[in-house]
Design a protein around this ligand. Sequence first.
Ligand code: ZN
Length: 349
Amino acid sequence: MIPPLNREFPPVFDGHEDFITQIKPRRAIFGPAGGRDFLEDGSGPAEDAHIEQSKRGHVDLPRAMRSGLGGCFTSIYLSNERAEYNALAYAMDEMNDVFRIADRSEGRFHICRTVSDIRAAWAVDAFASVFMFEGADPISASLKELRVFYEAGLRCLAPTWSRSTIFAHGVAFGGNLPETGLTDLGRQLVHECDQLGIILDVSHINPAGFWDMLAESRNPIVATHSSVKAISPHVRNLDDGQIKALAGKGGTIGINFANLFLRPDMQGNTDTSLDVIVSHFDYIVNLVGDEHVSFGTDFDGTDIPAVVGDATGLPVVLRALKAKGYSDASLERICNGNFLRVASQVWKA
Ligand SMILES: [Zn+2]
């Protein structure tokens, strides 16, 4: 039985979730087959939260509904092996898996392409899933695939993950990647996304690419899952200049819940405090205002603080923000208003 959408807070639209890499049906070409069913509550016994976490994952439809998690950019993420071997086929494979979740959900999981679609999903207590590519590896130099994926529902695109594509270079987690910005094809990709109505995402791109994207696009740009470099100096986080520039262009930043990106010591320990999580929201609000910060949890894509645990920890974070004095209007912007504002400006009606 899938519960109704929890309305303690406005529905959260999360900037980044990786659940499709963990759910059934998962192909066994690289890595083990199997995984959880997104339609079933996988939370199970929590005696040993750390060990159980890999089996329980962070999110599924029942837990999303119980938590007030109303939807997300559903990431089509490709491992390095998949990206190199046949990115196009694997992207279609993952998108097909998402469509199959919707098919089996009895109307509780919607594939959304417009802001109205998202609001319509929430009106019937359904999860609003919007396709995003975490890396444009499935797009060739002709860009012809982009239009087809747009028609299938692609509404947000990061030119690269933390590797290189023909369009751009990411920030490396280890080893070296070029520090140059967008390639000529990358500039064409940005223009084509503007033309079609696809939101551009700067999470994972290197600083030179970040600045090129802001210069080339006429639209607001988002960081779907990045945190604050002034608090945690990780390469994946944004510095003050980048935060101000994204805000100046009308964008928003989804706070990433990876311990690595939250903690001042950049360690993976899961004992990250609620105060540290809240400090990332506070920092952006103080720097550029509450119109430019959102959630970008990275659920099922990283290790998150034990105090959050899984999707059901979202209300814990929201209660902490409320206790700090965030108004209802401010929480509404953070929960979904900021992403929906950008979407309403970039997507075609
Ligand atoms: Zn990512």
